[in-house]
Design a protein around this ligand. Structure first.
Ligand code: PEP
Length: 247
């Protein structure tokens, strides 16, 4: 009942030229995908990548969105700016934003509500650090991220959650299939408690953290894992292999 969703997160990589060239190569390889496909790209690349992806099944997303409609927020991007280019997704609360830019759960919540109010699907990132996992507080950390981050959301089915253990991002260290399944099942249970169990069944939950062409099949075979948020592997043709995980 949940359609798988594979999304790339280019982060601060690629230029308009290299990005367009990659999309041109990826497009025929992912054309028959059985899942939704998106590439979330730096804001400055959105116009050119939207053009490059025109007529394909690749949707272009943003890596962030500000909560204010407009105003004195140097360096930020509003929902209207994104909508002008038909952006359908925005990553919110990525661990790199939390770690390097002071992103709090309260900010994640404001961005999430703004995306929803503007018809943009938020990809809300949650996940624990290595210290937190080893300290046995993973569930407590996720509870707080979900309770605050999703506060006042009316229809949780309109949200995508990306479970990204911080220790697995860009490190080559993937959570095992079982670890990822167990934690994502916990996230679904928690969403069920905050909203309702039936609502939780409708929420697409991705795994993210060194997911690649080799480990994607095992992860995607888990009952609660509905997709992937892909960093490094979305910068190359491996992304197409992940999108075609079921073939
Ligand atoms: C990410 O940044 O969302 C991510 C999962 O990165 P990587 O795939 O490189 O670990």
């Amino acid at each position: 009942m949940r359609k798988p969703f594979i999304a790339g997160n280019w982060k601060m990589n690629m230029t308009a030229a290299t990005g367009a060239a990659l999309i041109k190569e990826l497009a025929p390889l992912v054309a028959n995908a059985n899942c939704d496909v998106a590439l979330c790209v730096p804001a400055i690349l959105i116009p050119a990548m939207t053009e490059a992806a025109k007529g394909t099944n690749i949707k272009i997303g943003a890596e962030n969105i500000h909560w204010a409609a407009s105003g004195a927020y140097t360096g930020e991007i509003s929902a209207d700016m994104l909508k002008e280019y038909g952006v359908e997704y925005a990553i919110i609360g990525h661990s790199e934003r939390r770690q390097y830019f002071g992103e709090t759960d309260e900010m994640v919540n404001k961005r999430t509500l703004t995306a929803l109010a503007n018809g943009i699907t938020p990809i809300v990132c949650v996940g624990e650090t290595l210290e937190e996992r080893e300290g046995g507080v993973t569930e407590k950390v996720l509870d707080k991220q979900l309770e605050i981050g999703l506060k006042d959301v009316e229809d949780v089915a309109k949200i995508v959650i990306a479970y990204e253990p911080v220790w697995a991002i860009g490190t080559g260290k993937t959570a095992t299939d079982e670890q990822a399944q167990e934690t994502i099942a916990y996230i679904r249970k928690k969403i069920g408690e905050i909203f309702c169990p039936k609502c939780a069944e409708k929420v697409v939950i991705q795994y993210g953290g060194s997911m690649n062409a080799k480990n994607c099949k095992g992860l995607m075979a888990q009952p609660d894992i509905d997709g992937g948020l892909i960093g490094g592997a979305s910068l190359k043709l491996d992304f197409a292999t992940i999108v075609n995980f079921d073939k």
